[in-house]
Design a protein around this ligand. Structure first.
Ligand code: AMP
Length: 221
């Protein structure tokens, strides 16, 4: 049996993980799974969960690890993930790496892991986040500067209403960036020291198509 393929999309907020994740899902035939999106969907359905954890998201803080494990590891046991998956927004700290290694080893046995590292400076993040809109139905992301929808305010894919994310506000953006540097950058350092993990550094300021081509070339190499 082929090894399960795990692709980690790494990069700060608005570096293009969501957009590239959706494109990679179509090309690689494995699902794109964003823990931020899993949390947003769960919070819409489960009001207790929302009451407990929405304040973390609204401050730009990380939701406590054990609740992330619950939503993510349940999702990874669904049928579409059995050949592999693309993770966006996970792992965000060293404990999350350890929990994932244990889950993947226990559940899938052997797997092959690659990290796609999208590089983008803070100034670009601020500009991109200010133009970001998300479909309230299917979660597809748009950006009025980079890839606007065909009709303003309407999702191209499902005709859902586009809205701003509550955590895409200037003060929260700064906090999220600090947390990324303090807690999430060590994740990349960890993988850099492992021989069996491939890391692909990609300039996140190229066009969407160029970034996608570069990622595919590296993944297929
Ligand atoms: P994202 O959609 O990846 O920007 O995530 C939005 C928010 O969801 C983050 O700012 C966190 O509050 C929360 N979140 C998403 N993924 C994780 C994770 N792996 N660990 C903890 N919190 C997370």
């Amino acid at each position: 049996m082929d090894k399960v393929r795990v692709v980690l999309l790494f990069g700060p907020q608005s570096s293009g993980k969501g957009t590239q994740g959706m494109m990679l899902e179509k090309s690689l035939g494995i699902p794109h799974i964003s823990t931020g999106r899993l949390l947003r969907v769960k919070m819409e359905k489960d009001l207790d969960f929302r009451e407990k954890f929405n304040s973390f998201v609204l401050r730009g803080d990380l939701v406590p690890d054990q609740y992330i494990y619950e939503v993510l590891f349940d999702r990874l046991q669904e049928a579409d993930c059995q050949k592999g998956f693309i993770l966006d927004g996970y792992p965000r700290n060293l404990s999350q790496i350890k929990a994932m290694e244990k889950f993947l080893g226990d559940y899938f046995g052997s797997y092959e892991l690659s990290v796609v590292n999208l590089l983008i400076p803070f100034e670009s993040i601020v500009q991109r986040v200010s133009g970001r809109f998300v479909c309230s139905d299917c979660g597809q992301t748009y950006n009025i500067y980079l890839y606007p929808p065909k009709v303003e305010g309407v999702c191209d894919s499902c005709a859902g209403v586009l809205e701003k994310r509550a955590d895409d506000q200037p003060e929260i953006i700064k906090n999220r960036y600090e947390i990324f540097n303090q807690q999430t950058v060590p994740v990349l350092d960890y993988y850099q020291n492992l021989d069996n993990v491939k890391i692909f550094n990609i300039d996140g300021e190229q066009t969407i198509d160029e970034i996608f081509k570069n990622i595919m070339a590296k993944l297929n190499d």
